[in-house]
Design a protein around this ligand. Structure first.
Ligand SMILES: [Zn+2]
Length: 413
């Protein structure tokens, strides 16, 4: 390990002030943040980041997905770079820290390395990935997906927001608003990627531990289930002739809920439920519902997948059922070397840390396919996120940036 960590050069007041300043761009009246991906508001936040980066001597770059990179040149520019960051788009009812913390902590970590005075061997770049949230253009994370070759540019460009605007056109608008930001290609060679993020769950806070060394991201499967029956008169249709889609759907959901009781850390959610025709005196003809299934172990998710498919067949009765899996992201484990470095950095800086699983998805999923990848979590109050009440304590924000600066310095030195 290099002699002196740059962590001592992390300026907590500056880092906190930048969080508050960034939160002003797209600020909601209730203290939250509404900064839609690829919007004019996001361009403003982007310009602010670029201005801060230029003050430190970093060079901005972008690409055809409008991912933003802020580069500290290394002594050997030809070496694969070290990348750290997150995203600056938010949910419509977002908070000040989701995404923003990762980008600002990375900027602060690089500034600390600059202040330390020795140029690292590898280039280090701060990144803000485009559209992590997926709330304006679904699905999310097209920036990191296209960068890592997991999705084509054409496919990402074809997503439309609710007003019919193509994601490709929104990207072009962002690039047009940039001032002197050169375009680069995708798929640059990376030495490592480290993403700091608020936990978005309650575990670190409950444990009283300021740093989470993220071991992996839990797997998910998402489904749409369509149950088809037949509309009939509520007063005249006999039990024998009824094909009641709602009763069948309710039996399915109850049985799936029971099946998901063990192990007790399965996360099962039916968040969407639509009845047709949804009239009080008509036997329901059709029901559409969603299933969102998550667990850290692929075996558990796959086992539930089999159970769900069995249950809908058993419980459909006289109705027809169609189950469509619309997303499948297997569980993943982050690189052991990065996790060890985060643990060593936390020990060296005297900051308590614990291993933790990520219950939410992040751009790190895409990056982990192409380079050693890790995540650093800090607590957020009550585990609340995607909510204006989202809050992280200043000392935790600083602790995350200190550990990140130590880790990326080692990766780049
Ligand atoms: Zn996020």
């Amino acid at each position: 390990m290099p002699a002196k960590s740059p962590a001592g050069f992390v300026d907590g007041e500056r880092l906190w002030a930048r969080h508050m300043a960034l939160a002003e761009i797209g600020a909601r009246d209730d203290g939250g943040v509404d900064r839609a991906a690829l919007s004019e508001v996001e361009s403003e936040a982007r310009a602010q980041l670029i201005a801060w980066a230029r003050e430190i001597g970093l060079k901005p770059f972008t690409d055809r997905m409008a991912n933003l990179f802020l580069r500290l040149e290394g002594r050997d520019p030809a070496l694969p770079m070290v990348l750290a960051g997150s995203h600056i788009d938010s949910q419509p009812t977002g908070g000040k820290f989701d995404g923003a913390f990762g980008v600002l902590a990375a900027l602060e970590a690089v500034q600390a390395i600059v202040a330390r005075g020795e140029q690292p061997r590898r280039g280090i770049e701060v990144v803000a990935w485009t559209n992590e949230e997926g709330s304006r253009f679904a699905p999310g994370m097209p920036g990191s997906e296209v960068f890592t070759g997991r999705r084509t540019l054409e496919d990402a460009y074809a997503s439309r927001d609710q007003s019919g605007i193509l994601q490709g056109d929104a990207v072009r608008d962002v690039l047009a608003r940039d001032v002197d930001v050169p375009l680069r290609g995708f798929g640059l060679e990376l030495a490592a990627y480290v993403e700091p993020h608020i936990e978005q769950g309650p575990l670190l806070e409950a444990a009283g531990v300021p740093i989470g060394i993220v071991s992996g991201i839990q797997g998910t499967r998402r489904y749409r289930v369509r149950v088809k029956g037949q509309a009939a008169h509520a007063g005249t249709a006999s039990r024998a002739e009824r094909r009641d889609a709602l009763m069948a759907a309710v039996r399915m959901i109850a049985a799936i809920d029971r099946a998901a009781l063990a192990p007790d850390d399965i996360k099962l959610t039916v968040g969407l439920f639509q009845v047709t025709p949804n009239a009080p005196s008509v036997v329901p003809a059709e029901v559409l519902f969603s299933i969102d299934l998550r667990h850290p172990e692929n075996d558990v998710v796959d086992d539930m997948d089999r159970k769900i498919r069995g249950i809908v067949e058993v419980e459909r009765g006289p109705c027809d059922v169609e189950i469509k899996q619309i997303a499948h992201a297997p569980s993943l484990t982050f690189a052991g070397e990065i996790r060890s470095m985060i643990a060593a950095a936390a020990a060296a800086e005297g900051i308590p840390a614990m291993e933790i699983y990520s219950a939410a998805g992040h751009d790190s999923r895409q990056l982990h396919y192409v380079c050693p990848t890790g995540m650093i979590f800090i607590p957020c109050r009550g585990g609340i996120s995607h909510n204006p009440a989202e809050w992280a304590e200043p000392q935790h924000v600083v602790a995350g940036a200190r550990i990140l600066s130590n880790v990326i310095w080692q990766l780049a030195a």
